[in-house]
Design a binder for this molecule. Structure first.
Ligand SMILES: *Cc1c(COP(=O)(O)O)cnc(C)c1O
Length: 433
C-alpha cells in the first residue's frame, strides 16, 4: 500500500497502525482523528539520528508544534528528547502544561505582543526567534526589567522562492516574516541585536516554505548559501560569529501516489555536505545546524475517519459523497487545494469505480475534502478514511457552523487511547454568556 502503516485485514477492512479502522469508527464515533504514536516516534528518531550522524552533536531537529499541537504530543517530544518550536501563548501553555522542558523550546511568530514575550519568559522558553526591530527592543526591554539575559535567534529573509503554494512560501523578500538580507536591513538588525544589553544572540534563523518538493534539498541548500554568505559578511563587519544556523522546516510528505518520496536522511547528508563546502569556501567554522520539521514528523502518523452520508448522483454531471465532517476538521483542500488519498475503509476489497467529490457537511460550496476520488460504490453508513491527516488538520480545525471538533485517538502497539476528547455541544456554547 502507499503508506507503510496501513493495510487490509481478513474482513476487507482498512487497518491503521495495525488496528481495524471500522472498529475504531464504531467505538469512538466519527469524525475521528487517529494518530499512530509509533510513527511519530519513528519520524523523530529518523531526524535525530540523521542530523547527529551528519552534522554531529550540537545539531538537532526541533519539532514545529503548529503542525499538530496537544498535550500528548509534547509528552512524546519530551520522551524523544526533541526540541520544539512554539508560535503562540496557546502553544506555549500546551507544552508547559504537558511538562515539556521549556528550556528546549523556541518561540516564533511575526507579531509577538509584549504580553506574549512576558508569558514566554514566565514559562521559561529557552530561545526567542526575534522577527523584527520592534520586537528586538521589546525583548531587550522586558528581559532588562526582569534582570535576565534572553537567548535569541534573528529571523532573516533570504529572498528565496521555494516553489510551493503562495500561502506557505515564507522566505521571499516581500514576506511578512523576518528581516530581509537583500535590502541591507538584516545587517542593521544584527548590529542592533549586538548592541542590546539583555539579549544573547545565538545565531540566525530562516524558514523559506513548506511542502517543498522540486529538488527537496534546495529548500535548505539555497537558504544555507545566502545565510552563510551573510554570516561571513557580518563577521567581517562586526566580528560576530553565530553559534547556530536554524534553517527551518519544509520537507514535503507523500499524500498521493504521484507525490515523490523524500529520503530524509539522504537529503540531510547532502545538505550537510553542501554546508561543509560553503563554510570551507567562505572560511567559516562549521556551524551547529537546527532543522524544524513539522509536517514530516506527524503527517503520515494521522488519518481521519468519517461516516458516509448522502450519495448524490447528478446524472450527466458529477457525483457527491457527503461525510459527517469537512473543512472544519480539515481545511487544507479549501485553503491550498491539497491532495489526499481516500479509501472506503469497510470495502477495501471491492473494485473502485465510482468517481465523486468528497465533501463535508458545512454550508459552503468550498467545503470540499477532495474532488474526483474513485471509490467502490458508497452507501450511507460506510466508513470513509482520509490518509495523511496528521499535520495541519487538528491544529487548523474550527467550530464553523458550530460543529464540535473530533477527538484525537492515539494508536500504540495495537491499542487505542484518547489524547484529546470529542468536543460536546456544551463545549460549543461554553463561552456564550
Ligand atoms: C511552519 C514552520 C515550520 C514547519 O514547516 P513544515 O513544512 O511543517 O515542516 C518550521 N519552521 C517555521 C518557522 C515554521 O513557521
Amino acid at each position: 500500500m502507499i503508506f507503510e502503516n496501513i493495510a487490509v485485514n481478513e474482513k476487507g477492512h482498512l487497518t491503521f497502525a495495525g488496528v481495524d479502522t471500522v472498529a475504531l469508527a464504531e467505538k469512538y464515533g466519527t469524525p475521528l482523528y487517529l494518530m499512530d504514536e509509533e510513527r511519530i516516534r519513528h519520524n523523530c528518531k529518523v531526524y535525530k539520528s540523521a542530523m547527529a550522524d551528519a552534522f554531529g552533536e550540537g545539531s538537532y531537529p526541533s519539532y514545529a508544534g503548529k503542525a499538530a499541537c496537544f498535550k500528548r504530543i509534547y509528552e512524546i517530544m519530551r520522551e524523544e528528547e526533541m526540541s520544539v518550536d512554539l508560535v503562540s501563548p496557546g502553544e506555549i501553555y500546551t507544552a508547559f502544561k504537558a511538562g515539556y522542558p521549556m528550556a528546549k523550546a523556541f518561540f516564533h511568530g511575526n507579531n509577538k505582543t509584549d504580553g506574549d514575550i512576558s508569558f514566554a519568559m514566565d514559562c521559561g522558553v529557552g530561545c526567542i526567534v526575534v522577527d523584527g526591530f520592534d520586537e528586538l527592543s521589546a525583548v531587550d526591554r522586558i528581559a532588562s526589567a526582569r534582570g535576565i539575559c534572553q537567548k535569541i535567534l534573528l529571523r532573516l529573509t533570504p529572498g528565496i522562492d521555494p516553489h510551493t503554494y503562495e500561502a506557505v512560501a515564507t522566505g521571499k523578500v516581500d514576506s511578512k516574516f523576518g528581516v530581509a538580507i537583500e535590502t541591507g536591513q538584516a545587517e542593521a538588525f544584527v548590529k542592533a541585536a549586538l548592541a542590546c544589553k539583555n539579549v544573547t544572540l545565538l545565531g540566525y534563523h530562516c524558514h523559506v516554505g513548506s511542502q517543498v518538493f522540486d529538488d527537496s534539498d534546495s529548500v535548505y541548500t539555497d537558504s544555507a548559501r545566502v545565510m552563510l554568505t551573510f554570516a561571513r559578511d557580518m563577521q567581517e563587519k562586526t566580528g560576530y560569529a553565530p553559534e547556530i544556523f536554524d534553517i527551518g522546516g519544509g520537507y514535503g510528505v507523500r499524500y498521493v501516489e504521484s507525490d515523490p518520496y523524500v529520503d530524509i536522511p539522504a537529503s540531510i547528508r547532502r545538505v550537510y555536505e553542501h554546508i561543509c563546502y560553503l563554510a570551507n569556501e567562505l572560511g567559516l567554522p562549521m556551524p551547529n545546524v537546527i532543522m524544524e520539521p513539522g509536517r514530516s514528523i506527524v503527517a503520515d502518523a494521522g488519518m481521519t475517519l468519517y461516516t458516509a452520508g448522502t450519495v448524490k448522483e447528478i446524472t450527466g454531471y458529477k457525483n457527491y459523497l457527503s461525510v459527517d465532517g469537512g473543512m472544519t476538521d480539515n481545511p487544507r483542500y479549501a485553503l491550498y487545494g491539497s491532495a489526499y488519498t481516500v479509501y472506503l475503509a469497510n470495502k477495501m476489497t471491492e473494485t473502485a469505480s465510482f468517481t465523486c467529490d468528497l465533501v463535508g457537511r458545512c454550508c459552503e460550496s468550498g467545503d470540499v475534502l477532495q474532488p474526483g476520488v474513485v471509490l467502490p460504490k458508497p452507501v450511507r453508513g460506510d466508513t470513509v478514511a482520509v490518509c495523511t491527516t496528521g499535520a495541519y488538520n487538528y491544529s487548523m480545525a474550527s467550530n464553523y457552523n458550530r460543529i464540535p471538533r473530533p477527538p484525537v485517538v492515539m494508536l500504540r502497539g495495537g491499542e487505542d487511547y484518547v489524547a484529546v476528547k470529542r468536543e460536546t455541544l456544551d463545549d460549543i456554547i461554553s463561552n456564550d454568556l
